[in-house]
Design a protein around this ligand. Structure first.
Ligand code: HEC
Length: 112
């Protein structure tokens, strides 16, 4: 019994050591990209400023995540309005399609 239990613990520890840092790595890179592109000038993680918070965006689109990811990635680049209030988002033209998609996936992961 003890043997099985300690194997289980060992398994968890090994998983933690190898998997967590790697998954956190990709996440951190995307977050760095988001701050490099100045998105935090108008967005915060958990409170609305000029734009809605990442958490609010994630919560609103959670149910239709698969359908909206691509569309919203396009909106990051081209800008647009009408979903959250009267203030539109300016276009962010120095963002590539690939970067926009990465950022959109990261944002949708921030659901509270
Ligand atoms: C000048 C301010 C500003 C900047 C800079 C900005 N945003 Fe926005 N963003 C907004 C506003 C305002 C809205 C709400 C638009 C609306 O009502 O549809 C918004 C909406 C969004 C949405 C939600 C769209 C929806 O329809 O639900 C996402 C995702 C988003 N922004 C991502 C980004 C990313 C990523 C960046 C950085 C590349 C960025 N924003 C930079 C102001 C900004």
């Amino acid at each position: 019994m003890i043997n099985v239990f300690s194997r289980y613990i060992l398994y968890i520890i090994v998983l933690y050591i190898f998997i967590v840092p790697f998954s956190a790595y990709g996440q951190d890179q995307t977050e760095t990209l988001i701050s490099d592109k100045m998105c935090y000038a108008c967005h915060q993680l958990d409170s609305a400023s000029i734009g809605p918070s990442w958490q609010a965006i994630a919560a609103r689109h959670a149910e239709r995540r698969e359908q909206v990811t691509q569309v919203l990635a396009g909106k990051i680049i081209r800008g647009g309005g009408g979903n959250w209030g009267v203030v539109p988002m300016v276009p962010n033209q120095r963002v590539s399609e690939e970067q926009a998609l990465l950022m959109m996936q990261w944002i949708l992961d921030q659901a509270p």
